[in-house]
Design a protein around this ligand. Structure first.
Ligand SMILES: [Zn+2]
Ligand SMILES: [Zn+2]
Length: 308
């Protein structure tokens, strides 16, 4: 029942100091989701033994190159590896044309289906769901239309208490409805409330990804109370003046959003290449929100399964 995030790239536009442009893999119950795909993403997957064949959905936050220049290589390698499973790519409009034009000169596409699902980053929407998870997009404040993504597990059914099955001789046909919260009526007409028959399931977990964005409290309603938040932090306080010019955030601003949104933990990233050392990011963020950590490439951040 894993829910974990692996960072493949934590730098902003320029790769530097051993750090790479943005890419992340989120593992939810062994389904992998790729979030942004900066240059070198497939090499970082090899470095960190990411099982990339399990990825069936890719989410691209915006069309600045440091968030998608790795796609053409990754998609090509899937083909060379004999992939047959479809791939779905969610992004703002325009990506399909960019990818197709690169395949055009070699006369071919890919030996597996790729579905491009363009979405409008300026309005929140449900992009994807399966039986375990929902993925929503929400607008960020950046120099081109840019979305954040919210990944949330669906609620699990309630756990039935085995001793109650025996005690009330519950027929197996009634178990699914009891797990959904139904009471039990015994043959003698007596009602057994669901609370006696079941235990709370583990809490559903959530992760919010705030790609490139200037400080904006407008995002707080979308990310409120998530277990784990990634919020870009391109600068420390010493270059705060740059945040309005480039439409990025400082670590302190990211931490302020984390605190105001009441999240469990904050991961920092999208560091400017002007910083070789990252101490100022962690220090300044922790002054505002103590549960802030530096995002580091190859590091896996896990959200354990727990009950309320
Ligand atoms: Zn960027
Ligand atoms: Zn950007």
């Amino acid at each position: 029942m894993r829910f974990s995030l692996t960072l493949l790239g934590t730098n902003s536009a320029l790769p530097a100091h051993g750090r790479h442009p943005t890419a992340q893999v989120l593992n939810i119950q062994e389904r992998q989701f790729l979030i942004d795909c900066g240059e070198g993403t497939q090499m970082r997957m090899l470095d960190f033994s990411v099982r990339k064949a399990r990825i069936r959905q890719i989410f691209i936050s915006h069309l600045h190159g440091d968030h998608f220049y790795g796609l053409i290589g990754l998609l090509t390698s899937y083909g060379l590896n004999g992939r047959k499973e479809p791939m779905e790519i969610f992004s703002p409009a325009g990506l399909e044309e960019i990818i197709e034009v690169q395949f055009h000169p070699s006369g071919g596409g890919l030996p597996y289906p790729v579905k491009f699902s363009a979405f409008d980053p300026d309005r929140p929407q449900l992009l994807f769901e399966n039986s375990q998870v929902e993925v929503h997009s929400f607008p960020l404040l950046h120099s081109i239309p840019t979305a954040g993504f919210l990944f949330r597990e669906k609620d699990r059914p309630r756990n039935i208490r085995p001793e109650k099955i025996e005690e009330y001789e519950i027929h197996f046909s009634k178990i699914p409805s009891i797990k959904q919260g139904a009471d039990l009526e015994l043959p003698n007409g007596r009602f057994i409330p669901n609370a006696e028959l079941t235990l709370d399931p583990p809490r559903s977990r959530s992760y919010a990804y705030c790609s490139d964005t200037q400080y904006t409290e407008d995002i707080i309603p979308y990310i409120k109370g998530v277990d784990l938040l990634y919020h870009e932090s391109t600068f420390c306080d010493d270059h705060k003046d740059q945040t309005l010019v480039t439409m990025h955030s400082t670590a302190r601003q990211a931490a302020t959003i984390a605190r105001k949104a009441g999240v469990g933990a904050l991961i920092l990233g999208h560091y400017s290449s002007r910083y070789k050392e990252l101490d100022c990011f962690e220090q300044e963020a922790k002054e505002v929100f103590s549960n802030s950590v530096l995002g580091l490439e190859g590091r896996e951040y896990e959200i354990p399964l727990k009950k309320d």
